[in-house]
Design a protein around this ligand. Sequence first.
Ligand code: XMP
Length: 319
Amino acid sequence: DWTMGAYREEAIRKIREQVGDKRVICGLSGGVDSSVAAVLIHEAIGDQLTCVFVDHGLLRQNEADEVVSMFRDNYNIPLIHADESELFLGELEGQSDPETKRKIIGKLFIDVFQKHANDIEGAEFLAQGTLYPDVIESVSFSGGPSVTIKSHHNVGGLPEKMGLKLVEPLRELFKDEVRALGRELGLPNSFIGRHPFPGPGLAIRCPGEITREKLKILRKADAVYIDQIRKHGLYDDIWQAFVAILPVRTVGVMGDGRTYDYACALRAVTSVDGMTADYYPFSHEFLGETATRIINEVPGINRVTYDVTSKPPGTIEWE
Ligand code: XMP
């Protein structure tokens, strides 16, 4: 794509001009935006960039390993993998209110990020994968819920607190342009096309109290569900798909025994921007097959439901 090729050259020139020979820190979430920003900046300034990947213990199956191996091994980008799952899950223990959970995660995320960033000597810049819609949103909905949504990833207020200047090379781009730029930079298609994943991660797909047991069950069920969606060639038709583990156990029968295990809800929606969404019209065959696989392959779940709520009035996530 010649347009993105030109954009890439221009963006690299601007980053070099802004940063000079100083060091840059970039927070990696594993999502497309921060990844494209990191690869672009690395191309511009090489080892002057260090990425910090905060692992809050609320990621999906194998996700942390995939991020680490892609950036550290594939791209050779200096990366600090901050495995802070004990800290996050400890602070979340006993908490069931959705906004409290988000606040705990958001605050810890900033603390942890700051702690690790402080170890990077001589850093003067903080890189963020802020997109054009984020810029608009934070202006027009200032103080509203959308700020909370973004406040986790785009660590608001942090640059000033740390005395860092911002580098935001994606500020003029829309999501599909970021994807095109990512392809231009050689990021694998499977990665570019990934569904969005919220900053608080599995915390908001585990309504009520989060426990290690529930997270373990949720990760497995989600992996089976996504595998089913990929196998049926549906992944790219869906905006976002995931499993939520419900805070309720229900009775079932398996073999000659009675079970008393968690129920889960499958969610899949189509959307353009996440602001409105329709539930995805899976076939009954697909749903039946998926339910059977989850119950057979995931100990701890004995009932599967499909969420047919659109947004509005529902939200995409369960919390
Ligand atoms: P809802 O559930 O509000 O989700 O319909 C709309 C989109 O936003 C994502 N989402 C979040 N992303 N922090 C994030 O970074 C959050 O607290 C958060 N809550 C929802 C959600 O995954 C969907 O793409």
